[in-house]
Design a binder for this molecule. Structure first.
Ligand code: GLA
Length: 381
């Protein structure tokens, strides 16, 4: 067993006095392109990242649930099955407790368990730490209770944990990317079909490196304009009389008289096209074209969809000045920028951004790298 896994399993044994029965790794995801398209049946191109949530679990013979977590500020959750059903009535819940109650209630698990969680995934940075956590809990518990779910069901359940128990109206993009993630591949998400197909994405072979710049401006979906955007796009869809904006055409955009709804629809129509163009450009190794598509996507999210912030806009502009393809990623309103640069650009990117952020007196960003796309949710033990 590799050292990292061994240390984790030993830590569980020290805490609970016995070894875990099930260990899973659930990665985070970064969306390369295709944002704010999933809740209108559209396309996206996420990648599973090598930053993840680890879970080790063992069922208990009684009705107690004990969860130790080395993140979310060392949160610890201790509760009984009885408390789960009581708490589940008081939705929406928050924090680690919300995830634990949500998963237990949703799966109808009727025994207790000991659980250890560990994460290398920055929280609230647009890398889907919540979907990663939900899936880690769902996968380990369904494994232990011998109710293994197929991928499609797991994806739906993870979404329910967030939507129903935590009151966050997230779409299918995050759980789909995490479950379907595959090494060296990006995942072509078709949100309407609830499907994700791996497409080869060998940027490393072309001397490229993927960067995630956590701008350290945390955001929460619940507190952002996310819901407002969902509603606006539903209004546009109703006016056009189509099942979702995935089917909107350039002609439909002109039919909308409200400039706000027109801009939102324009973003979705063009972003869906950009996802397909990105796959084609990467396939033929046209990385300049990929950069251009990333910059275009950012402009569209900033101007037409209005989900960017001055920090995200400036970060993208500084990277663009260096010739690095970049865009905000995820829901926006803060969070991270994804960038595709050359593999020797780490130091240059970090020093330029540090200098610029210092000048602005902003909290310094954190620059993470993804040398290659990682595997999706998988069982370790
Ligand atoms: C969040 C949501 C996703 C998706 C993105 C924007 O990450 O959870 O479903 O809507 O925002 O693309």
């Amino acid at each position: 067993m590799p050292v990292r896994e061994k240390t984790f399993v030993n830590h569980f044994a020290q805490l609970f006095g016995e070894s875990p029965q099930s260990v899973w790794e659930s990665p985070g995801r970064v969306n390369l392109i295709g944002d704010h398209t999933d809740y209108q049946g559209g396309f996206a191109l996420p990648i599973a990242v090598p930053y993840s949530t680890w879970i080790a679990a063992r069922l208990r013979p009684d009705e107690e649930i004990h969860v130790y977590s080395d993140y979310l500020h060392d949160q610890r959750v201790d509760l009984s099955l009885n408390a789960v059903s009581q708490l589940a009535k008081n939705k929406p819940l928050s924090g680690l407790l919300g995830f634990v109650v949500g998963v237990w209630d949703l799966l109808g698990v009727n025994t207790g368990a000991n659980i250890l969680l560990m994460s290398t995934l920055p929280v609230a940075s647009g890398l889907s730490s919540s979907a990663s956590l939900s899936l880690a809990l769902l996968a380990a518990l369904s494994d232990l209770t011998e109710h293994p779910y197929d991928a499609k069901t797991l994806i739906r359940l993870a979404r329910q944990v967030e939507n129903v128990y935590l009151g966050v109206e997230s779409g299918i993009l995050d759980p789909l990317a995490i479950v379907r993630g595959q090494r060296d591949c990006a995942i072509f998400v078709d949100a309407l079909a609830e499907e994700g197909q791996p497409v080869a994405f060998h940027y490393a072979q072309a001397g490229k490196l993927l960067f995630i710049i956590d701008t350290r401006t945390p955001r929460t979906l619940a507190g952002s304009g996310y819901h407002e955007r969902v509603k606006e796009t539903q209004r546009a869809q109703d006016i056009l009389g189509i099942p979702c904006l995935r089917f909107a055409s350039a002609h439909d955009i002109d039919q909308l008289t409200d400039p706000v709804l027109q801009a939102r629809t324009r973003h979705i129509v063009r972003e869906n096209q950009r996802v397909q163009s990105t796959i084609a450009a990467a396939e033929r190794g046209d990385w300049n074209q990929v950069n251009q598509l990333l910059w275009d996507s950012h402009q569209s999210l900033s101007r037409d969809f209005m989900v960017s912030t001055p920090v995200l806009d400036e970060t993208v502009a500084w990277l663009q000045d260096m010739g690095v393809g970049a865009r905000m990623t995820g829901a926006g309103f803060g969070g991270s920028v994804v960038a595709l640069g050359d593999s020797d650009q780490y130091t240059a990117i970090e020093s330029v951004l540090t200098r610029r952020y210092r000048e602005q007196r902003w909290t310094l960003p954190r620059v993470l790298t993804v040398p290659r796309p990682a595997d999706g949710l998988h069982k370790v033990l």
